[in-house]
Design a protein around this ligand. Structure first.
Ligand SMILES: Cc1cc2nc3c(=O)[nH]c(=O)nc-3n(C[C@H](O)[C@H](O)[C@H](O)COP(=O)(O)O)c2cc1C
Length: 262
């Protein structure tokens, strides 16, 4: 069982995404899985420039950038893997451009003029099955505490699953990631952070054994670190206490940023 994590954080091995991948891999390796992380920030991957060379009969499925950058290296690792973790921070409400750039490069592995129906009856062009149809887990990390924040990315991967015929075997979403960074350095006396880390290790075990994260483990991994008091949203709706709440939040974020030394 080979698990490949593709980390698209610009902080590479120093970010929260990498930290959480390591937790997952601890559990997966315990159960005998072979695990590898690729940090896209350390590689050179050019944008697909829509030159269409890859669709011409002479160069079918070959890219202008083959041999010139690392996209094929990553694709080879993806083909060899049994399961893929797509790790991305939320950057301005969407996925990391590093990951999107890589996914766009998969265009050169598809015959876009050849159509078929996917398992979920979607009309779609040919894809390289060995590359695109791997079971996968999106791991989304962000600082905000709103559940809606990663909505675009979660929706993207649900759609990806349908069109690529790739099974979505769990979704890991870590909100308030900055808080976790603080907690990580004090893990032994932070009960919620400890519980989240344990859930990640357990999720890794489950992926190695049954290629799927169970719903209870997913729920535990995705639990909030901090909860807004129940009265905050109704107060904001009524226009009460906005300034105090904003000031309180800004104070908390300043202390988080000061204490997070990546
Ligand atoms: C350019 C940029 C844009 C960001 N946009 C958002 C955002 O829209 N929402 C959010 O909650 N966090 C946002 N963040 C914060 C990151 O998601 C957060 O720091 C995350 O932990 C980064 O992942 P990493 O630690 O693996 O690098 C942004 C960070 C950067 C650098």
């Amino acid at each position: 069982m080979k698990i490949l994590a593709i980390n698209s954080s610009f902080r590479g091995p120093k970010g929260v995404s990498a930290f959480l991948i390591d937790k997952l891999f601890k559990g997966a390796m315990e159960k005998g899985a072979e695990c590898e992380t690729i940090h896209l920030a350390e590689l050179q991957i050019n944008h697909c420039i829509d030159c269409q060379l890859c669709q011409t009969p002479e160069h079918l499925l070959n890219c202008t950038f083959d041999e010139k950058d690392d996209a094929n290296f990553v694709f080879r690792k993806m083909r060899e893997a049994d399961l893929i973790i797509f790790a991305t921070p939320v950057y301005v409400l969407g996925m990391s451009s590093l990951l999107k750039t890589l996914l766009e490069r998969s265009y050169s592995t598809a015959k876009v003029g050849e159509f078929h129906f996917t398992k979920s009856r979607m009309f779609f062009h040919h894809v390289d099955q060995a590359l695109m149809q791997k079971p996968f887990v999106p791991l989304v990390v962000y600082d905000n505490l709103e559940t809606k924040m990663p909505k675009n990315i979660v929706s993207y991967f649900k759609t990806y699953s349908k069109f690529a015929d790739a099974e979505l075997v769990g979704t890991l979403i870590r909100k308030s990631a900055g808080m976790l960074g603080v907690a990580a350095s004090q893990a032994s006396n932070h009960a919620i952070a400890d519980s989240i880390f344990q859930a990640y290790v357990q999720a890794g075990r489950e992926l190695a054994i049954q290629k799927k994260i169970s719903k209870p483990t997913e729920k535990k991994a995705n639990q909030p670190i901090i909860r807004l008091p129940f009265f905050v949203k109704p107060m904001l709706k009524l226009g009460i206490g906005k300034d105090q709440i904003e000031k309180g939040h800004a104070r908390m974020m300043r202390s988080v940023m000061k204490r997070n030394q990546y």
